[in-house]
Design a protein around this ligand. Structure first.
Ligand code: PMP
Length: 393
């Protein structure tokens, strides 16, 4: 098979699979138990926390282990809004955000009756405007800013250093969803200085159902928004997922090693370039979004490209799937490919959304995948054209 849907999720590294299995066996005891077995599980959990803190240079941050990015975004938003309402005595809170967010951000905001959403506009490549943000920050009812650093559909990377700085200057909480960033870039949270940051292990070849919320130690810790035990600094009750956390820490370490030693980012950039050039040879007048880092000041994920085709993307993806080649379509997995707020925000029509296919690479992709993809793309396009011709007749 050729798996090119790594922004939806990534396959687990083999070493991570073994690590999770071994950890399940070795650290079966409850980290809250007082006996020696429990203490061993506790020590393993804290070892992983420290590995992760070092890897993303987050000595100034606390870490809450969660079930993934959806829970981390929920925890950050719900707790910051609750704190703001309590502390300010106001009835409402404004949240500044973008139309480029994952549903776990905008559905959470929509579900909170006290929240008024200030939606920023974005440019045709999905970048928010810092002047517009600074203007919006002048409003006295702003409780927080929620921005996704790297968009999963078209790969736009926001200038988060400037965004975090603007928030600090306005004394407003800055929440960043960096789900599509960890593992793919070297990150220094200490340097970035956002207040809360979301991570999910399955986006960097770690296990599913485990993630983290980083929170700055320079402010009071977030208020828990679920009730239960006192685990995770009292922020997230429930027996900890020690094997999952161990797998996440190892996956992050392996990605860092891959970036530093094996030139993984350069390799994926080169593979993506090969795919784009190949598609241009098969489909005339194709339009690409993303996948062009550093052009005109645009900085996008180096392993993501969104392709506007002269055919229905779901049909093409189905043909490709029959050939065991897996890609994303339209708004991709999170919206079941139906509608995309991101594509709408950058000015795509509904029809263009239907014609949009996403290719996203991971650490496991090779030259062979590029060759197979292009071969199958040629077959799939020919089949679609054949069907279309018959329909017209
Ligand atoms: N935020 C972003 C930017 C994402 O890409 C995703 C996954 N598509 C999520 C949040 C949700 O992640 P999870 O499935 O781990 O909850």
């Amino acid at each position: 098979t050729t798996y090119l849907d790594n922004n939806a999720t990534t396959p687990c590294f083999d070493q991570v699979i073994s690590c999770v299995a071994n950890s399940t066996r070795a650290f079966y005891a409850n980290p809250s138990s007082m006996h020696k077995a429990g203490q061993r599980s506790r020590a393993e959990l804290e070892r992983c926390r420290s590995v992760m803190r070092n890897l993303v240079k987050a000595s100034n941050y606390g870490i809450v282990f969660t079930s993934g990015a959806t829970e981390s975004n929920n925890l950050a938003i719900r707790s910051i809004i609750t704190d703001y309402i309590t502390a300010s005595g106001k009835l409402n809170a404004t949240v500044i955000t973008t139309p480029m967010e994952h549903p776990s951000v905008y559905e959470t905001l929509k579900s909170l009756p006290a929240v008024r959403v200030h939606m920023l506009s974005v440019s045709p490549i999905g970048l928010l405007d810092l002047d517009e943000l600074n203007d919006a920050l002048k409003d006295e009812t702003v409780a927080m800013v929620c921005v996704t650093m790297a968009n999963s559909e078209i790969g736009t990377i926001q200038d988060v250093a400037s965004i975090a700085q603007a928030c600090r200057a306005a004394y407003v909480h800055c929440h960043l969803d960096m789900t599509q960033v960890f593992g793919r870039y070297n990150v220094s949270l200490n340097q970035l200085r956002a207040d809360t940051v979301t991570m999910s292990a399955h986006k960097f070849h770690g296990p599913k159902g485990v993630g983290a919320l980083f929170y700055t130690l320079t402010r009071p810790p977030p208020t828990p928004c679920t009730t239960g035990g006192k685990q995770e600094q009292g922020l997230r009750g429930g027996t900890e997922n020690v094997p999952g956390v161990a797998g996440m820490a190892l996956a992050l370490q392996l990605c860092a090693d891959g970036l530093a030693r094996d030139g993984a980012a350069e390799r994926m950039t080169r593979l993506l370039q090969g795919i784009k050039v190949g598609i241009q040879g098969i489909v005339p007048d194709v339009v690409f979004r993303g996948g062009v880092p550093d052009v005109d000041g645009y900085h996008g994920l180096y392993q993501t490209v969104s392709v506007v085709l002269p055919a229905r993307a779901s049909q093409l993806a189905a043909e490709l799937s029959n050939l065991n080649v897996f890609v994303g379509v339209g708004g991709c997995a999170c919206s079941k490919g139906q509608h995309s707020m991101t594509l709408e925000a950058i000015g795509a029509s509904q029809e263009e959304m239907w014609r949009t296919m996403r290719i996203s690479l991971g650490f496991m992709n090779t030259d062979r995948d590029v060759g197979r993809f292009l071969k199958c793309m040629r077959v799939a396009m020919a089949r679609i054209e054949h069907v279309e011709t018959h329909r017209l007749e």
